[in-house]
Design a protein around this ligand. Structure first.
Ligand code: SF4
Length: 95
């Protein structure tokens, strides 16, 4: 288990606390959030951490990642919420 997973900080995008584990997995394709290096560099050496765990291509994407326009992020969040609702509804109807 990665001891850093339980670290917490306030997320500037969500406005509440998140764990490092969340930050590591909430980006596109399960990759880290595009802001993970900005958000965690003061807590530990986030660049070295991810260099040791990501492929060169993934690291390059992370370093050069740019934020999506807000409308695009909102549409993604709405689609995620719809998908989650569908899954929850489907699970309940199976019981
Ligand atoms: S890395 Fe992303 S999800 Fe994590 S605190 Fe920063 S903005 Fe929020």
């Amino acid at each position: 288990m990665d001891a850093k997973n339980a670290l917490e900080r306030r997320c500037p995008r969500l406005g509440g606390p998140v764990t490092f584990q969340y930050c590591k997995e909430c980006g596109e394709d399960g990759l880290p959030c595009f802001k993970v290096l900005d958000c965690w560099w003061e807590t530990f050496d986030a660049v070295a951490y991810f260099k040791a765990r990501l492929t060169e291509d993934q690291m390059s994407r992370l370093v050069h990642a740019k934020p999506k326009p807000k409308i695009s992020s909102l549409i993604d969040l709405i689609q995620q919420a719809k998908k989650t609702m569908k899954e929850v509804t489907s699970e309940r109807s199976e019981k």
